[in-house]
Every structure is written in C-alpha cells, then in structure tokens.
Design a binder for this molecule. Sequence first.
Ligand SMILES: Nc1ncnc2c1ncn2[C@@H]1O[C@H](COP(=O)(O)OP(=O)(O)OP(=O)(O)O)[C@@H](O)[C@H]1O
Ligand SMILES: [Mg+2]
Length: 260
Amino acid sequence: MSDQPAPPVIEITGLHKSFGDLHVLRGVDLRAEAGGVVSLIGSSGSGKSTLLRCANLLEDSQQGRIAFEGEEVQWRGTGPHRQPADSHQVRRIRTNLSMVFQQFNLWAHMTILQNVMEAPVTVLGRDKQEVEEAARGYLDKVGIGDKCDAWPAQLSGGQQQRAAIARALCMEPRALLFDEPTSALDPELEQEVVRVIKALAAEGRTMVLVTHDMRLARDLSDHVVFLHQGLIEEEGPPEALFGTPQSARLQQFLSHTTSQ
Ligand SMILES: Nc1ncnc2c1ncn2[C@@H]1O[C@H](COP(=O)(O)OP(=O)(O)OP(=O)(O)O)[C@@H](O)[C@H]1O
Ligand SMILES: [Mg+2]
C-alpha cells in the first residue's frame, strides 16, 4: 500500500466562471482536505454560492481545474463552450458532494422519510429496505426521528433543515456542501442546526460551508476563505483570519458583521 496522503476531496485551481458578460469567479482556488472544514465568507454577490455550485458541477465553469479525490474532471470544448465530457463522472462526483441549501428544498409532496430515501433509491439504485433503515438512523441522528411520517410543511424551519441534512447524509457522500444553511432560520432554530453541523464536523466529515455566521465559521473551520468580487482576497486558519485580518477589505467586512 502507498503511504502517500489521501488527495484532497475537492481541489479547484484557477477557476473562472462567467454568466454572460458577468465574470463572477476570476481565478479561484479551493481545497478541501479529507476530514477538513473550509468556510467561505464574503459579501453578497462575491461568488460564494457560484463557487460551491461549480465545485459539484451544478454549474459549468469556463476555465480552471476541478479534481475530486485526485480525479480530474474531464472537459470538452473551451471557454464559453466548455462542458464536462463524461456524464457518468459528473453523476459520480455530484452524488459524492451532497449539498444543503438555505431554503431546504424538501419535496412538499413526500413525507420526511420519503424525502430522505428518494435519491439513494432512485439515483443510486440502492435497496429500499436498507435505505429506509439508514434514513431512519440519520433522522434520529439529527434529532427528528419522530418526524418520519410528517410532511415538510408540518415541521419548523430548523426541523426542515435538519431533515435536509439527513437527506444529504443518506447519500453517504464524501463531502457535504452547505450554502448558508442557517440564514433562513430564526436565532433559536438556527442553534438546533448549528449543533447538528458541529457534531458532523466533530465526526471528521469533510465540509465546505458558505456562511454569514462568523462565529460558526470561526468555531468550526480549519480554513477560512474570504472571497471578494470573485477573487480570494485573504485565506488562512480562522484564528488568523478573524484575529489578525490583513487586508483592508476583510477588516471592513468583519467590522460589518456582528457575531464574531
Ligand atoms: N444563474 C445566474 N445567472 C446570472 N447571474 C448569476 C447567476 N447566479 C449568480 N449570478 C450572479 O453572480 C454573482 C455571484 O453570485 P453568488 O450567488 O455566487 O453570490 P454569493 O456570494 O453567494 O452572494 P449571497 O451572499 O448574496 O448569497 C452575482 O452578481 C449574481 O447576480
Ligand atoms: Mg449565495
């Protein structure tokens, strides 16, 4: 066996992404090591969600390298015509990078249990009974094991978000990508979700977290990336980034956030 360290789960180098004339990512690097937690911070419109969506290939990008566990994404075409070349590879990578969104995105017409079971059964073709057992386990883990038969509309926002996290976990992904998972929630519901996210980090799950919650980013991350207008303005360990920010832009950004 090789004693080389495992490759990063996600490694992005020099990524460029435009929407038409709008150049949103202008050469961004991002690296999530196995078991590491990376937080992305930055003002609205700086490109955080776009970067996350490019990482799991929900969005095409025009230039730069994306690798998943050392496996390079294969492209066909260049610039505005660039697309992933291998749909099987895209599917494999996407199902291994489960995303949790700000607005939960649960299916309203399915019970909580059905929501959690849906993708592993239909996308991955796993055995239904095994998936049900796993799904119940993940719902227990996030503290809503008693809500299996409820409909999403019957749950609080915090419970819905925890269901969405159980759904992401049930894919047994290699990494979880969170896009502002707590920002649609009232403060007390936010804490229920923060507790779950912290427990997942403590388990050694690989995570990339876009958050406006500087305290969460500080407590949870091994590495924090500050994006500004599609470029990394500053990055480093949380103590350094929050304790002794170097760039004027980061200093200004932090002075406008309340919960550091
Ligand atoms: N599908 C799209 N089509 C066109 N422009 C888009 C699209 N998605 C994002 N943008 C633009 O790209 C820029 C970056 O958006 P993005 O959503 O990545 O920002 P963000 O950092 O996540 O902001 P926020 O903190 O408000 O969520 C913005 O100017 C946005 O308007
Ligand atoms: Mg966003």
